[in-house]
Design a protein around this ligand. Structure first.
Ligand code: NCD
Ligand code: ZN
Length: 446
């Protein structure tokens, strides 16, 4: 089994010594100070900085300190659609959202199906030093669903590709999926599936239900997702490799995941903030911003997904941050491209749904937004405990900020923000990557 080595040519750790004062790791206990030296946590406690030459002090004001967030599913659009997002703007959006590592999907132009493309994405992001941007390799060449790519060459490249996905498209051919799992098994890389039986979603733009029927929109039935989840669970059982389900969206998928886990089938799953918070009721505006794959579903789906995340049936939150320009969004609903932004509001949505009503604590946030995604993707240096000797990949959160989501205030190049006008409580104030401050909330921000 491959022991994931450190990825090549990583941006160096901060040389300066930073003291975070008055912070509460995981939102628990008395506030402490955290000393960061050479990009690592060097001391934690009331006198962590005593006798040290401190280059920079960050006043934590009693805020919550979390391990840097990890997002398994974003689309940073470079190469190919730099008009909608770039590695730079996407990294800034990630840092603002509290993320220190993200996985950017392969549906770029050209498709990320060769080492050289993956390496260029990795190297560019490391040059910027704002976020570790891990390229996801495609499962099939050109996302065409016919021939497998060279997983081994991408896994061994400088980008150390550790996840493969045709996301945006489903690997619908069961024989091809079987071969992908067998190939991935030898390398211990993750196969992530966009579960959508294409024959059941031809022409579909919305969830198949009462709302789509009233609005005259062609429906995407739940079974299109669930049939692939069931099939891939069985393939994972029989061919023994891990399968990760992207953006789980239905009550039935939750039932299937429960079953698979009860059988010890190595199936993991993510859920997006928008599938947890929003329903197809939003489509009544006919606003193309709300078109997304899989589509926004019904209330019982959101409730089942929330419970599944609480119970660990769904492992992680992933944003599926999918920037699109106004020429593809401010059009008739049928013509809008699917996808919505997520990086800059994900933490706030999850805290609103789980921490604010008292359903979960900050340890839960750390688990589903940092530790678990790092574990599933086998990242050695993210999602680590807040402890001496660990990398200083950290996020500081003000749990009581009041702010309103506003598309004109985003770091992202695009404005397809599904949370426009919604008020949130939690807000990231600082993000650190290997001791470097990659984001600091500006007092001018609303
Ligand atoms: C994504 C995109 O725009 O690339 N769109 C979406 O609706 N989620 C692709 C994807 O994640 O399926
Ligand atoms: Zn997808």
């Amino acid at each position: 089994m491959t022991n994931y080595p450190e990825t090549g040519r990583k941006a160096p750790a901060a040389a300066e010594t930073t003291l975070l004062t008055n912070v509460r790791p995981y939102g628990e206990g008395e506030a402490v100070d955290v000393l960061i030296e050479n990009g690592e946590i060097a001391a934690i406690g009331a006198d962590a900085g005593a006798g040290k030459n401190i280059d920079k002090t960050i006043n934590g004001a009693g805020q919550v300190l979390l391990p840097g967030l990890v997002d398994m599913h974003v689309h940073l659009r470079e190469p190919g659609r730099e008009d909608t997002e770039t590695i730079e703007t996407g990294s800034k959006a990630a840092a603002k959202g509290g993320f220190t590592a993200v996985f950017t999907m392969a549906n770029t132009m050209p498709v990320m199906d060769q080492p050289v493309i993956a390496e260029s994405v990795w190297a560019k992001a490391q040059g910027l030093g704002l976020c570790d941007v891990h390229p996801v390799g495609s499962i099939t060449k050109g996302l065409a669903g016919k021939d497998l790519t060279e997983f081994g060459m991408m896994a061994r490249s400088d980008a150390k590709v550790r996840m493969f996905s045709d996301d945006g498209k489903c690997v619908a051919d069961p024989q091809l999926m079987r071969r992908a799992l067998e190939y991935a098994k030898g390398l211990d890389v993750l196969i992530a599936q966009h579960a959508e039986e294409p024959r059941l979603t031809e022409g579909a733009v919305a969830h198949e239900g009462a709302t789509a029927a009233q609005l005259g929109l062609r429906g995407w039935p739940r079974v299109a997702e669930e049939s692939i989840v069931a099939r891939d669970a069985l393939l994972a059982r029989d061919y023994g490799n891990r399968v990760h389900i992207c953006h789980a969206s239905t009550t039935g998928t939750v039932e299937l995941l429960k079953w698979a886990k009860s059988q010890d089938i190595p199936l993991s799953a993510e859920v997006t903030p928008h599938h947890l918070l929003l329903t197809d009721d939003k489509l009544r505006t006919y606003d193309g911003v709300f078109r997304v794959n899989p589509p926004l579903r019904e209330e019982h789906d959101t409730l089942a997904l929330r419970q599944a995340l609480l119970d660990g049936v769904i492992d992680v939150v992933a944003t599926d941050h999918a920037p699109h320009g106004s020429e593809d969004k401010c059009v008739e609903f049928d013509h809008a491209k699917p996808g919505m932004l997520g990086l800059e509001s994900s933490l706030a949505v999850i805290v609103k749904l789980f921490v604010e009503p008292g359903l979960a604590d900050w340890r839960f946030i750390a688990r589903v937004m940092s530790e678990k995604p790092a574990e599933i993707t086998r990242l050695p240096d993210h999602g680590r405990p807040i402890a001496v000797g660990e990398p200083a990949n950290l996020t500081l959160v003000d749990p009581e900020a009041r702010w309103v989501s506003d598309k004109t205030q985003l770091e992202s190049k695009s404005e397809n923000n599904p949370y426009e006008g919604i008020e949130f409580g939690a807000r990231v104030t600082h993000t650190l990557l290997r001791g470097h401050l990659t984001y600091e909330l500006d007092a001018q921000d609303n």
